[in-house]
Design a protein around this ligand. Structure first.
Ligand code: ATP
Length: 362
């Protein structure tokens, strides 16, 4: 099913400001859409409006061609999975999964088919007669998913479903969720504040900040073409380096003159309107080149090195004390306290208008 949000807004009673405003989003059938943003940006509010648990103050919410603004949750053909999965402790895994279908008075045969099918998909066939207390946290989260899957909804709505799991299990369940989504093909809307979850699972990401949409796009677009400084810094770990400066005589000159850079020809075209103006330059940690033969190379002091295995993160300082984060392959050798020359991969530089924060280059 396709979910369409047209100019959706939300103002809670008793609040002066709108919590969300002008939300436009098209989620195609079978898509895995992630609603991403920092704490308090309105992600859960938006998901609950789609679920019918929060009223919609303005705009239209469409499920295919049907306007569902005032349709009660039970008639929306959706299933929700939350962070706290609240299984019934006295019931078996089987009964927990069967519960909603039993309440709907479905036949025993249908319930049994659905529960076994979901258990197989979730790889918990051998735990069907265990009680929640006797299975692991990851298995309990699977049961919570199973409860949603047996209902065969048109849309899954998930609110931080993995955040109670430890790091390893979370990584594993990310892959599992993607696998399950591929198999079922059900439209999924997933809320998280974790950019890694968004980048690894989504077909489409919507990033919110303070109730406003910052960008809608694929993970690729978010990483390589962030529309503003907020998006640039929210996506990617370690965070993108952003240097403040000015565009002078066709060059970017950072504050205190520590970095001078002639942008690529393509970038100079879009920067021409910014001559004499304050701009910010962004570069991801892995897009420096470890080589002083590059034009516009610069020296930085290696302050701290973090060895992560396949890569090292170098926390470096420019002459004026500006911090830079540089990622290099794990087998490259650097010594803390020493100065090094680095260059830029010029095809990977992002320029932003310092005043508005908006992206300048294509
Ligand atoms: P988190 O990741 O911390 O859960 P979120 O992005 O999901 O954050 P929401 O829970 O949607 O954010 O909250 C967005 C804003 O709306 C917050 O300022 C919150 O205080 C406010 N808010 C949420 N629920 C209500 C409510 N029932 N009444 C009034 N204000 C609310």
């Amino acid at each position: 099913m396709k979910v369409l949000l047209k100019n959706i807004g939300k103002k809670y009673e008793g609040r002066e400001e709108f919590t969300l405003r002008n939300i436009n989003l098209e989620i195609d059938d079978r898509e895995f859409c992630v609603i991403l943003g920092p704490s308090g940006c309105g992600k859960t509010t938006l998901l609950r409006m789609i679920a019918g648990l929060n009223s919609i103050t303005e705009g239209d919410l469409m499920f295919d061609d049907r306007r569902v603004n005032t349709v009660p949750p039970k008639d929306r053909d959706i299933a929700m999975v939350f962070q706290s999965y609240a299984l019934y402790p006295h019931m078996t895994v089987y009964d927990n999964m069967a519960f909603s279908l039993a309440m709907r008075k479905e036949s025993r045969k249908l319930i049994d088919e659905r529960v076994r099918e979901a258990a197989e998909l979730l790889q918990i066939e051998n735990n069907l007669y265990a009680k929640p207390a006797d299975i692991s946290g990851g298995q309990r989260q699977r049961v919570a998913l199973g409860r949603a899957i047996v209902r065969k909804p048109k849309v899954f709505l998930m609110d931080e479903p993995l955040s109670n799991l430890d790091a390893k299990l979370r990584e594993h369940m990310r892959v599992e969720l993607v696998r399950i989504h591929k198999q079922l093909g059900t439209t999924t809307i997933y809320v998280t504040h974790d950019q890694t979850e968004a980048m690894t699972m989504a077909n489409k990401i919507i990033l919110l900040d303070k109730g406003k949409v910052q960008q809608v796009g694929t993970p690729d677009e978010f990483y390589n073409k962030p529309v503003n400084i907020f998006v640039a810094r929210f996506i990617g770990s370690p965070t993108m380096n952003i240097l403040e400066g000015e565009y002078k005589n066709g060059r970017f000159v950072s504050n205190n003159n520590t970095i001078k850079l002639t942008p690529s020809e393509e970038d100079r075209e879009s920067l021409s309107a910014f001559e004499g103006k304050r701009i910010s330059m962004g570069i991801r940690p892995e897009r420096f080149v470890n080589d002083d033969t590059y034009e516009d190379s610069f020296k930085a002091k290696v302050d701290v090195i973090e060895m992560l295995g396949k890569e090292k993160t170098i926390f470096a300082k420019l002459e004026d004390g500006t911090d830079l984060v540089i990622s290099v392959p794990g087998h490259h050798e650097f010594i803390e306290g020493e100065s090094h020359s680095f260059g830029f991969d010029k095809s990977a530089i992002h320029f932003f208008d310092s005043e508005t924060g908006n992206r300048i280059n294509p």
